[in-house]
Write a protein that binds this ligand. Sequence first.
Ligand SMILES: [Zn+2]
Length: 136
Amino acid sequence: MLYGGYLWEAPLMNKRELAKFEKLLLAEHERLGGHIRSIEEASRYESGRDKGGDLSSYADAGTDSFDLETSLNIASGESHWLNEVTDALKRLREGRFGTCEGCEQPIPKKRLEAFPSARYCIACQEELEKNRTAFR
Ligand SMILES: [Zn+2]
């Protein structure tokens, strides 16, 4: 099986494995998409309710059961992951899935099974995280 001969000197995965990862990614895509929609709906409702309310009650909202800011942070984190998953699906269809974007070495399958949208191998990921400790 040839994958257009692109970066696939040693074929890493057969069709069945790719199909398995595609399934994992699609399930993740579905889950994240559904979660983001529900957060967005909740925050729309919440910000609608705040309009016209007096400012003192708005100031107290931080201690409310629904923390709009936290929820939106979660939603934005999840849309980031949704983008990652979408991109992984694209890489999969283009035959680039499973190759580290840092060192262009194959990403271990165990890592992909746990984290199918991984762009980097563990070494490159650790290197990246050292350089952006402020992230998350
Ligand atoms: Zn790497």
